[in-house]
Ligand binder design. Structure first.
Ligand SMILES: NC(=O)c1ccc[n+]([C@@H]2O[C@H](COP(=O)([O-])OP(=O)(O)OC[C@H]3O[C@@H](n4cnc5c(N)ncnc54)[C@H](OP(=O)(O)O)[C@@H]3O)[C@@H](O)[C@H]2O)c1
Length: 338
């Protein structure tokens, strides 16, 4: 019999989920073409391996991602489907060209988004529901209050947040129980360590960490020859441009040496490092192919010792990456960066 997949609990009020979640975004948007059949096979393989947390958003391919998750869950083995925990983001406003035009956290909008998501997901409830970015025109108490009403009505089980800072966390937590903050955290994005992580721990809120491979940059598989379409996030991301990319891929080569000495792959080392930062952190891996998924899930059994962690720290000290984690316009929408 194989060992059960390790689990972690999201905050003091959130659900217990697999120690690694599957982020489904890249199966519909932002990282170029994805293969639908392979995406569904990847979700099935994750569920079969013991992954329970599936992360999606209503604006990932404008409903495409939720419909994909719906199909994958409908066709999954019943036992795996019943264990699945859905984490859904809402609030991003887009236009038919794929442009981004802000965020809407008004209570009536929150309920409208939820009605669409429940239908697309083909479910009577969403496990964790969160606005993708704080709407600067709506007090967080109103947005979180609207999700709390959805909890009361049984349509949502837990309230999450995404990319908000310490002050907003406190206000949100004073309004209703918050299960987790979804935020970027990796060897090359360590901004949460100073204020946000201590605040989360004080408030009993967990973390679902995204970008643990910095969008593939520190996966060990990215190279300068990779062609990126105009719709690919990485075509515009500062970290993937010119001299920044050269510098950052140099860091990956340093990680590769540590990974080789540890007997793991670069991606596994990067994911295992995030896992090592605390039992309150659940990394979301963005695999959209089964080979990548199996590599990523292998990280859950990698125990990094003190010497390994010191070697990782020497290879990639905090602040080592060149370029910000988002382009300037997107950085300005991040409450977490204020
Ligand atoms: N709350 C937010 O603001 C926010 C923002 C972004 C993402 N998210 C969520 O977090 C999830 C993960 O984020 P992310 O996709 O940026 O994370 P990521 O894991 O840093 O990057 C995923 C990318 O890494 C590449 N990769 C290479 N080897 C991999 C491996 N072994 N396992 C997994 N990926 C590998 C993938 O490759 P290929 O290109 O070869 O497929 C994919 O392009 C998303 O799916 C989404 O659900 C949330």
């Amino acid at each position: 019999m194989t060992d059960p997949f390790p689990v972690r609990t999201l905050g003091t009020t959130g659900p217990t989920v697999s120690a690694l979640g599957l982020g489904c975004m890249g199966m519909s948007a932002l990282y170029g073409e994805a293969d639908r059949a392979e995406s569904i096979a990847t979700i099935h393989a994750a569920l079969d391996a013991g992954v329970t947390l599936l992360d999606t958003g209503d604006f990932y391919g404008m409903g495409h991602n939720e419909l994909l998750v719906n199909e994958a869950l409908r066709t999954a083995r019943a036992t795996a489907r019943d264990r699945a925990v859905t984490s859904v983001k809402f609030g991003a406003l887009r236009d038919p060209d794929g442009g981004w035009s802000g965020y809407d956290g008004r209570p009536a909008a929150v309920k409208n988004f939820a009605a669409h998501s429940l239908t697309r997901l083909g479910t009577d409830h969403i496990d964790i529901y969160r606005i993708a970015r704080l709407d600067p025109d709506v007090p967080v108490e109103e947005t979180v209050g609207a999700v709390a009403e959805l909890v009361q009505a049984g349509y949502v089980r837990h309230i999450g947040l995404s990319e908000v800072g310490a002050e907003t966390l406190r206000r949100a937590a004073a309004t209703a129980p918050i299960s987790d903050l979804q935020i970027e955290y990796s060897l090359v994005s360590r901004g949460i360590e100073d204020r946000i992580l201590p605040t989360l721990r004080e408030l009993g809120i967990g973390v679902t960490a995204y970008g643990v491979l910095s969008r593939g940059l520190i996966s060990g598989h990215f190279s300068k020859d990779r062609e990126l379409g105009a719709g690919d996030f990485r075509a515009h991301s500062p970290r993937f441009q010119g001299g920044n990319l050269d510098h950052n891929l140099g860091l990956v080569e340093r990680l590769r040496e540590v990974a080789r000495a540890t007997g793991v792959t670069v991606a596994q080392l990067a994911i295992a490092w995030v896992l090592s930062r605390g039992d309150d952190i659940v990394p979301l891996v963005g695999a959209r192919r089964r080979d990548r998924l199996h590599e990523a899930l292998g990280a859950v059994h990698v125990a990094l010792g003190t010497d390994d962690l010191a070697a990782v720290q020497r290879a990639v000290p905090a602040g080592a990456a060149a370029g910000s984690r988002y382009a300037a316009a997107q950085m300005s929408a991040l409450d977490s960066e204020r």
